[in-house]
Design a protein around this ligand. Structure first.
Ligand SMILES: NC(=O)c1ccc[n+]([C@@H]2O[C@H](COP(=O)([O-])OP(=O)(O)OC[C@H]3O[C@@H](n4cnc5c(N)ncnc54)[C@H](OP(=O)(O)O)[C@@H]3O)[C@@H](O)[C@H]2O)c1
Length: 313
């Protein structure tokens, strides 16, 4: 029997999540089962608990997983038992996910030798969100991108990726990651009251070409961000303020995701290799043993975890 953290009803995460022991089945075709080494948590886990993307219940939390392959489904001869891999839990197709001692994965690649399993387990959701959203913007070298909320992990990743593409990056962040972001090459200011003036002080009064809005939902900031993009809402894309963006004519990344954006099979090895070389990084705020999952959930729900929250066995 395997420990899993999952929910049987929709509601607030700390009210609906339960620790249970269940039998994890052999993986179906195109899936593997891993013994979990580390699972990264994301704000999306709490949205799933609250009913975003409703589906069959019970369901688990924990999308980003690193683990040791225990079993492979039919049609998967290219993976060996004992391989250390990382990827995404089949959270929608299985009654449990990565916050568990074992999990069924639907995408995976090897963890490079120089990369710690916990570090690998920080990557998938943040990398795919940041990379796909930057592709939607079609960011060109030399363009100025304002990453609002770069102290959050999607923004922190997007700032690094945009700089690698040759963009000029202005980032808003609190003090925790300002030094990191400046070291990557971004110009950084704080978020909150007076944001427009502080950004314009950095641009010499000019507009920015694009804005990527990445904090947790923060109503009321999009009008200022649109003004900074020359008043053109189509130059602003959000990953979190969905309804407000749609009302104002700004872009919502989820509305535009399409097949043909860089596949995970390419993104995961690319960013694992960069992370192993120290050329891309996501900081870990804190690692919790699985049994302390409630503390991990509380830290993430605080809205200010300052890095990734990771569970280990
Ligand atoms: N649409 C998609 O495809 C998609 C995919 C993944 C995530 N998301 C969404 O993207 C959002 C961010 O996710 P994440 O994983 O990056 O979150 P996260 O790492 O948990 O972000 C938390 C950090 O954001 C910063 N922050 C808090 N309040 C802020 C504010 N009002 N303005 C600016 N920054 C603020 C804080 O850092 P500092 O104070 O240190 O700056 C905090 O530590 C979530 O709403 C998530 O659901 C969407």
């Amino acid at each position: 029997m395997t420990r899993v953290i999952r929910f049987h009803d929709f509601g607030e995460p700390l009210e609906v999540l339960r620790e249970e022991r269940i039998e994890i089945p052999d993986p179906p075709s195109d899936r593997i089962r891993v013994r979990v080494l580390a699972t990264g948590l994301n704000p999306a886990d709490w949205e799933l608990c609250r009913g975003f993307r409703p589906g069959t219940l019970p369901r688990g939390i924990g999308y980003d997983v690193a683990g040791v392959v225990e079993a492979a489904g039919p049609g998967r001869d290219n993976v060996r038992i004992g391989d250390v891999v990382f990827g995404t839990a089949d959270f929608a197709g299985q009654p449990s996910a990565g916050a568990a001692d074992a999990a069924i994965l639907n995408n995976w690649v090897p963890v490079p030798e120089q990369l710690d399993a916990a570090q690998a387990a920080t990557l998938p959701m943040v990398v795919q969100t940041a990379a796909w959203t930057l592709e939607l913007i079609a960011l060109r070298p030399g363009a100025t991108l304002l990453v609002h909320g770069a102290g959050g992990m999607v923004g922190y990743a997007a700032a690094q990726m945009a700089l690698r593409r040759g963009a000029r990056v202005i980032a808003t962040a609190g003090p925790t990651f300002t030094p990191d972001l400046e070291q990557f090459g971004a110009r950084v200011t704080t978020y909150g009251e007076g944001l427009s003036e502080r950004v314009r002080a950095l641009t010499g009064g000019a507009d920015v070409d694009f804005v990527l809005d990445t904090p947790r939902p923060s109503p009321g900031t999009l009008p200022d961000l649109i003004a900074l993009a020359g008043g053109d809402p189509r130059r602003v894309v959000t990953v979190s303020n969905h309804d407000e963006a749609r009302k104002l004519g700004a872009r919502v990344n989820l509305d535009e995701l399409r097949p043909g954006l860089t596949p995970l099979a390419t993104l995961l090895p690319e960013y694992a290799t960069l992370a192993a070389r120290g050329e891309f990084r996501l900081p870990i705020a804190k690692t919790f043993p699985l049994g302390q999952w409630r503390d991990a959930v509380r830290l993430s729900l605080s809205g200010h975890p300052h890095g990734k929250v990771v569970l280990t066995p």
